[in-house]
Write a protein that binds this ligand. Structure first.
Ligand SMILES: [Zn+2]
Length: 357
């Protein structure tokens, strides 16, 4: 058996290569050895130029083809949960990162090494620190420092999607609504003004709110506006002078962040509303020619992505992006994380068809 940090052999089949990547621990912040191995393996291929920034590696073809597509994946995993080294049971490969997302990275590496006559120019992006705070995200650092390395007409993020195309992603806006009153002794409540009672009207608006369902590029997005937390009260014998309701708005990608905020302010007109966190949505972009060719080649019915992923970073830079990877999103970050070996082979095959025919 090879030692964990021996060179990566890109002639291994996708499942075996995934196992090798899983046995190469790379918890967020500790990706250097894996990034070194990825860089070295890619540099062996003369049809690729390879650039490195920190623990981010970008390999590109330069055939002068009219369109460029980007395949991106993160090298890091969440902390290991006694589930490394990997092991195989039947068609399943078990271990930390099998689904999220070393199976996707293995497919990227296999394609990078073997697709030597592509029909689009291809950019392969391997980045660090996706599983931690957004300001450490390697893809974010690349967009800030070397946006030209990430330029393209369409991007595929190889996050676990169960081998189904997931388009775009919803945006997220979180805000506090603050209600104020006058504090008083509960025995003389007429001297006060109860801030908690004022929550009733805000909660009524939330309960009666009818979230939209929006179809964009054939995908249905379901919005949601919900109170996720409520704080208020001073003591059992005090009329409270403040109550705060935390609301979460998940919105479809036909709204910009500004429009989403304006909508919230309209719903809660007359109330003090402070935005505490905001992430833009990403349009699926499935009507773009490059995306159409992709969908035709990989087949299946695309579905909307409801969570927030790095596709939004591509979208924010004008590159339509989808999630498509062999891993199972429901197994990500779990102790029993695993990935189907046949799904790894299938995704590689479909992407190879897209990139070569
Ligand atoms: Zn991931």
């Amino acid at each position: 058996m090879s030692s964990p940090n021996s060179p990566l052999d890109l002639t291994l089949d996708g499942g075996t290569l995934t196992a090798r990547l899983v046995d190469f621990p790379s918890v967020s912040g500790e990706e250097t050895a894996l990034a070194d191995a990825v860089e070295a393996a890619l540099r062996a291929h003369p049809h690729l130029t390879v650039d490195r920034f920190g623990n981010n590696v970008v390999a590109r073809t330069h055939f002068g083809l009219p369109e460029r597509v980007v395949l991106a994946g993160h090298l890091d995993t969440v902390p290991i949960a006694d589930n490394v080294p990997s092991h195989v049971e039947g068609d399943l490969l078990y271990g930390c990162g099998t689904s999220d997302m070393k199976s996707g990275v293995a497919v990227q590496l296999r394609l990078a090494a073997t697709v030597v006559e592509p029909n689009h120019d291809i950019t392969y992006v391997f980045y660090d620190c996706e599983e931690v705070e957004a300001d450490r995200n390697g893809l974010g650092h690349l967009f800030a420092t070397h946006p030209d390395w990430l330029a393209g007409d369409f991007a595929v993020l190889m996050e676990p999607s169960g081998a189904v195309v997931e388009g775009g992603c919803q945006g997220s806006l979180r805000a506090d609504i603050t209600l104020t009153g006058v504090r008083a002794h509960a025995a003389r409540s007429w001297l006060g003004d109860n801030a908690i009672h004022k929550a009733a009207e805000v909660l009524r608006r939330l309960a009666e709110y009818e979230p939209r369902r929006v179809v964009i590029d054939g995908l249905e997005y379901r919005e949601g506006l919900n109170a996720t937390r409520i704080d208020g009260g001073v003591a059992g014998n005090v009329i409270p002078d403040e109550c705060r309701i935390h609301v979460a708005f998940r919105f479809a990608p036909d709204r910009s962040l500004e429009q989403a905020e304006a909508h919230l302010r309209e719903v809660f007109d007359g109330y003090q509303l402070d935005v505490v966190d905001a992430s833009p949505a990403a349009l699926p972009g499935l009507s773009q020619p490059a995306a159409q060719a992709f969908l035709a080649a990989v087949g299946g019915e695309p579905r909307a992505k409801f969570g927030w992923t790095d596709v939004a970073r591509f979208s924010a830079h004008g590159v339509p992006a989808v999630n498509y990877g062999p891993g199972d999103p429901n197994l990500a970050h779990k102790r029993e994380e695993h990935c189907s070996l046949s799904a790894i082979a299938e995704v590689e095959e479909r992407l190879r068809n897209w990139l070569t025919k």
